[in-house]
Design a protein around this ligand. Structure first.
Ligand code: AMP
Length: 269
């Protein structure tokens, strides 16, 4: 990859993914193509960001389809490192973003963001992008990467991209394939719960607990859905907010349908 990059100098946009591509990924690719003369996509299901008992082995993979989609999308190169070349025997260096990774997904998935930050830094070192494109779907991940880029003075511009949704509101995710037809039918409740809070926010509601309670109420009405957490946090530090919300905030939640965790969020400003 580094050799390819030396042969292809100039501005370059980079889209890191775990593959099993959907239109959310392809929106990042389109944005990169619009803003850069070169675009590279990586596909790597990163073992370091999965905990014991998580879905690393069964994470969906379809390299042939992914490569066809990326060729059609006009990307200049696809980087597909193996786990053995990313983490050879003796590997022992990891990146820890400290406070931002303590709550929300970091609390639910210990070690997850250490794996994410480490692999993204390694991918940046391989690709040397000018700009890197990340979805707002993974809101905490975006903030962790931004923090790492600032803290380690990485010469990369992080570009956040809007969440791409199915027509019924479900945020696109490679993991949606785990849902049974009944669960898939019920899954739009996640977005509906955010919409209910957004409507209250638009009508002037500013009490943090009231906004969280609105989300809980909508999820509770769907028997197939189990709320794992709902958070209304400071948009930058991700500290949980109490009382009146006076600053930009991130409303985020994880809802379980059986063993499948669906993550979604809404920025309130
Ligand atoms: P993943 O393959 O799930 O690791 O995602 C790769 C990138 O695509 C990350 O920056 C995600 O935030 C982004 N992404 C995933 N799903 C969506 C979506 N529905 N809308 C926008 N971006 C997304």
């Amino acid at each position: 990859m580094q050799r390819w990059r030396r042969d292809h100098p100039g501005e370059l946009g980079f889209v890191p993914t775990m593959g099993y591509l959907h239109d959310g990924h392809l929106a990042l690719v389109r944005r990169s193509r619009a803003e850069n003369p070169l675009t590279v996509v990586s596909i790597f299901v990163n073992p370091a960001q999965f905990g014991p008992g998580e879905d690393f082995e069964r994470y969906p993979r379809d390299e042939v389809r992914d490569l066809a989609l990326l060729r059609e999308a006009g990307v200049d190169a696809v980087y597909l490192p193996s786990a053995a070349e990313m983490y050879p025997p003796g590997y022992q260096t990891y990146v820890t973003v400290e406070h931002l990774t303590q709550r929300l997904e970091g609390a639910a998935r210990p070690g997850h963001f250490r794996g994410v930050a480490t692999v993204v830094l390694k991918l940046f070192n391989a690709v040397s992008p000018t700009r890197a494109y990340f979805g707002r779907k993974d809101a905490q991940q975006l903030r962790v990467i931004r923090r790492m880029v600032r803290d380690l003075d990485l010469p990369v511009e992080v570009v956040p991209c809007e969440i791409v949704r199915e027509p019924d509101g479900l945020a696109m995710s490679s993991r949606n394939v785990y849902l049974s037809p009944e669960q898939r039918g019920a899954a739009p409740v996640v977005k509906r719960s955010l919409d209910a809070a957004a409507a209250a926010w638009a009508a002037g509601e500013r009490d943090a607990e009231t906004l969280r309670r609105i989300v809980r109420g909508v999820i509770a009405a769907e028997p197939l859905a189990a709320l794992e957490y709902v958070s209304l946090a400071d948009d930058e530090t991700l500290e949980e907010l109490e009382g009146r919300v006076e600053r930009p905030a991130l409303l985020s939640l994880v809802v379980r349908f059986g063993s499948t965790r669906l993550l979604d969020n809404l920025e309130l400003a």
